[in-house]
Design a protein around this ligand. Sequence first.
Ligand SMILES: Nc1ncnc2c1ncn2[C@@H]1O[C@H](COP(=O)(O)OP(=O)(O)OP(=O)(O)O)[C@@H](O)[C@H]1O
Ligand SMILES: [Mg+2]
Length: 480
Amino acid sequence: MNTSQTPREILELLDQYVVGQQRAKRAVAVAMRNRWRRRQLDPALAQDVYPKNILLIGPTGVGKTEIARRLAALARAPFVKVEASKYSEVGYHGRDVESMVRDLMEAAVALVRQEHAERVREQARTAADERLLANLAAARGLDDIWETSITDEEIWRPRPGSLLGVEEESQPEGGDEDDDEQAELHAQREELRQQLAAGELDDEEIEIELLDRGLSALTIMGPQGTEAMGIDTSALQEAWGRSPMVRTKLRKLTVAAARDLLVSEEADKLVDNDAIAQDARDRAENDGIVFLDEIDKVIGAGKTDGPDVSREGVQRDLLPIVEGCAVYTKYGHVRTDHILFIAAGAFHFHKPSELIPELQGRFPVRVALQPLTEADFVRILTEPRNSLVRQYQALFATEGVTLEFSVDGIERLAAIAFRANKVTQNIGARRLMTILEKCLEDLSFSASEQAGAKVLVDAALVERNLGETADDADLIPYDM
Ligand SMILES: Nc1ncnc2c1ncn2[C@@H]1O[C@H](COP(=O)(O)OP(=O)(O)OP(=O)(O)O)[C@@H](O)[C@H]1O
Ligand SMILES: [Mg+2]
């Protein structure tokens, strides 16, 4: 499991996506490893080892959220990212802030369910193929009730013979003819099975009965979700005898698409939900990570009325959660004592010291992220595994257009982005998106008609497309 990675290994993985910000990446890598270290301890001691929560401080668009996103992807630990600011709008009812723990628990359940499903994958796949085969056979008139290999899922149909009290239906008087027919059916069915296995039927459209997982009417009751209102929809549904799991729906799909759905349906049947809930709770409590973004937005200006009061209220509500309390979820109580909290904020208008003191004390590890340099921009454009340059190349490739970037082209883009950040608002690396989009605007429009073309994005092209406008604040969408 990935939680056993060393800090250095975690750092190397983060390096593939986030440029610079070494100190922040090291801090989260160490925090991750500490979870694993704690797991190795004697439970009596482990109980007293609390996570060292982290506060990431840095200007906008320098990678705070990006670090958290990447960490989540590689952690294989339950992870949620929440915006602290969103809790202020509702007021300072404890329940709102607690929903982050419920979300974490949901994330844990999803993660553990996936792991459990992985274990029964082969079995689920076999069952799914069996259902597909039955469906395809029926559509071809090969629906053979003597040979059907699965029975419990299917509607029981009387055998023609059994109605007449004849026991051995495959040996009626005119045996030979029937046997031939039987063998023929069998052969055709086997051929079908092989075609299915070879993926030859993947594009064929079928009609198949699947569980209806559509949202129930109950889940649209409140904007915060019903759970924020203290209502457990699934419990209600069960009480009303309308569990969402039992309704089915006839759907038209390709074989390939149906297979995916059938595999997950069959996997759901094979896993043990109680075991999942139990595992998930353990994982949420001991490995869970909550990323509290925009923490600086819950700092008030020190006024005693208006939204500031509620902001401080949010901070007070956060306290017990960060400190350690039990939160009720539909899977039972989840304790928050050992959940790792990583908070982040730009702290443009407020300092971390303006957080209420009790909360400050709960974030012992402070890391400042550095503003990005022009050289960083060059690296951000090209180095990350899903860098903007790679994204555009892949997007254009779908149209058959080859997009190449020369070194001077990249440098020019970085320089323009850097300058735009200076003369207008500094939005960090997000500026690169705006600049690159603008630079390739016309090409993006015409690419569909240029299959086979090769485009080199060099300094001259960048200059041509952006040269005069890049300094013009009006032309840069200010919300980017
Ligand atoms: N250090 C970096 N390495 C690679 N990409 C980066 C880096 N910093 C920012 N980016 C890019 O810029 C985008 C915005 O960065 P991010 O969301 O991390 O900003 P932030 O620091 O959380 O800012 P804010 O305070 O506004 O939330 C990211 O999606 C990523 O593509
Ligand atoms: Mg952010």
